[in-house]
Design a protein around this ligand. Structure first.
Ligand code: 16G
Length: 394
């Protein structure tokens, strides 16, 4: 490690005194103007992670649904997954180290994680369309290069596309080609193949008895739960989600696709294409939309018929601004408040007043607010309940 160069460049990306940030649900997120030093340091950290795993690591500059003036950054692990929890802690330590402690923290992480500093490192970078993103991704690149890492800057990319690139690069191209064209080709080929078979499907729609689990909010929690099954489907009400297939299932389907029996072979081919159409590295709105389009075509359903299959209970989400959102802690997949004392009891009492009702509160992992969710038998009741619960939060 060229400590002199690190100190010199770090001074160009100086940390505002006293600023403390945390690697949260989806990486670091705050006002863009406070993130330059974090970007530089995440470039450094990505190099260490790459050396340790001997794999390509991704860095995405985005704050997703947050307001435009915010920005954020997260690292993508070798199989397109979210960063391992122990490295989230390193990220927080490194981002919060005062200038004079930076070198020590870097050396500590390298020692703790037995990073071979002679190992090559490769980092891929993507960014969203926010005005601040281009400059911030340049700070990531500064961090990567000062530690001697190689990089490829994909520029504008969706977050799931960057996850896909990382996955492809670390699986020797087996998953697909690590280019934007490769991504679109993989999805469109599977989509075209799948919808070609639209006329040969006549299967009835069945309500399947599948086990359902809840986890804490955030793709990283859902993804890990879904990996426990042969086929794991996960989704969040805000639209994140995908389906994961175990290697054993993929193999079985591949074998069946070579069978002589016509009906079984066709069914297996259809599943093969469905697997290809899903972005298994992370939930991906483009891929999910194509899967839905294909299923509707195969089932001969219109969007309206699909929509009518299921009716949401009336519900309401509210954001509540509080002095310190961390006074609220939760358990049971964020459905029960543990602290402050008395809050859960107050919610229970309010919920009893309404029919078919539930209500949850939790600190947001991406914004400085508390989220309140309520549902009930009518929209009016859901609105009232959400309002009453938010007063209990104050
Ligand atoms: C991030 C997460 C999403 C989660 C949301 C919750 C990823 C890719 N995205 O957008 O899964 O639902 O944060 O935000 O991890 P909240 O805690 O502010 O409601």
């Amino acid at each position: 490690m060229d400590l002199g160069a690190i100190t010199k460049y770090s001074a160009l990306h100086a940390k505002p005194n006293g600023l403390i940030l945390q690697y949260g649900t989806a990486g670091f997120r705050t006002k863009a103007e406070h993130l330059d030093h974090v970007m530089f340091r995440m470039g450094l950290l990505a190099v260490l992670r790459s050396k340790q795993t001997k794999s390509t690591i991704g860095v995405m500059v985005t704050a997703s649904h947050n307001p435009e003036e915010d920005n954020g950054v997260k690292l993508v692990d070798p199989l397109g997954e979210m960063l391992a929890p122990s490295w989230e802690e390193h990220a927080t330590c490194l981002a919060n180290a005062e200038e004079q402690d930076m070198q020590r923290v870097l050396i500590d992480i390298s020692e703790k994680e037995a990073v071979n500093l002679q190992q090559d490192a490769f980092v891929v970078i993507g960014r969203d369309t926010r005005p601040s993103s281009e400059k911030l991704s340049q700070s990531v690149i500064d961090g990567v290069t000062v530690l001697g890492g190689q990089f490829h800057d994909y520029g504008l990319l969706t977050t799931p596309q960057l996850h896909y690139m990382v996955y492809c690069r670390n699986t020797g191209g087996r998953y697909g080609k690590a280019t934007i064209e490769g991504y679109y080709q993989k999805l469109s080929k599977a989509f075209v193949e799948l919808t070609k078979q639209a006329s040969c499907s006549g299967d009835e729609y069945r309500s399947l008895k599948v086990p359902v689990y809840c986890t804490k909010t955030g793709v990283k929690h859902l993804h890990h739960k879904a990996q426990e099954f042969d086929i794991g489907v996960y989704f969040e009400a805000n639209g994140h989600g995908t389906a994961l297939f175990s290697t054993a299932v993929e193999m079985k389907i591949k074998q069946s696709a070579e069978q002589l029996e016509d009906k079984k072979r066709k069914a297996a081919k259809m599943l093969e294409n469905i697997i290809d159409l899903f972005n298994q590295a992370a939930g991906d709105a483009i891929s999910d939309m194509l899967v839905i389009e294909a299923i509707l075509a195969l089932k001969g359903l219109t969007v309206q018929q699909w929509d009518a299959l299921y009716t949401d209970l009336p519900n309401r989400q509210l954001k509540v601004q509080v002095a310190d959102r961390r006074v609220i802690s939760t358990t049971d997949a964020e459905r029960q408040a543990v602290t402050p004392p008395g809050l859960q009891e107050a919610i229970n009492d309010l919920v009893k007043k309404y029919k078919l009702s539930r209500a949850f509160v939790r600190p947001s992992g991406t914004e400085d607010v508390v989220r309140v969710y309520a549902e009930a038998d009518s929209q009016e009741s859901a609105d009232h309940l959400a309002h009453e619960v938010s007063l209990a939060v104050f």
